[in-house]
Design a protein around this ligand. Sequence first.
Ligand code: ASP
Length: 296
Amino acid sequence: MSARSFGPVILVHGGAGKVAPDLVEVRRAGIRAAAEKGWQTLTAGGSAVEAVEQAVKILEDDPAFNAGRGACLNRDGEIELDASIMDGRDLAAGAIGAVKRIANPVTLARAVMGAGGPILLVGDGARQFAATVGITECVAEALLTERQRTRWAILREEDAENVGTVGAVALDQAGHLAAATSTGGLPLKAPGRVGDSALIGCGTYADDQLGAASCTGNGEAIIKLVLAKTAVEFLRMGEEPMEAARRAVRELTARTGAEVGIILLDSYGRIGVARNTAQMACACILEGNTEPEIFD
Ligand code: ASP
């Protein structure tokens, strides 16, 4: 897992937190499929940006994860989605926040990045932008699963599972890094609340010169610590990726006590994974290792 690698690498997470027992295997299969998709993209000569988008899309389409279809509901019983993507080549980035009725928020975030204007679009403005780039809206029900509807109904009393945000980091054959994150946010969140997953430096960061990171967990705590950029700064200080990820989570835990997880890749393709939660399903494929390594 800590092997040095200079070839392509894809590392994917499926959210930090407590996973309902019936979802453990389903989630493993999902992140495996996402890592494989990212890997195929990279080995076919695709860019790291393309790979993280493709990997995250697989998980947005998978109702077992809290992103795209299967996202959790806010306090009003609506689905509002956050996502972001960053290209380590030139620090280009795109993000969307509190967007409804978009099946693949990561693709919309990538379109925002491609347009080269604002980095973050929210709400109706993001949906209007989607129309201008040909990303059509779906009906709200297309994203809603029975599981999330039931969970929303019982959540106030229950200690329900709170995981399923998805993210990916990749290094491509040309040596470029990228990161992407996508989420429905926290269940019962306030309408209009935008979390770390839409904020560059907080939930997502990529810089070819240093590394790439995607975070999951309590968004407010992640924002306070600017966690993705903080972990990447530890790489700048000479930390190994595994230690940089652990240190970032340690510092966040000490300062906030909140639950989080992070995946990290440095410019050599070395990986770092850390969490202070019971679980965070991850899958990684490195050069010379076509079978994804799954760990949680
Ligand atoms: N970080 C996400 C948010 O706060 C939620 C999660 O990762 O589970 O919106």
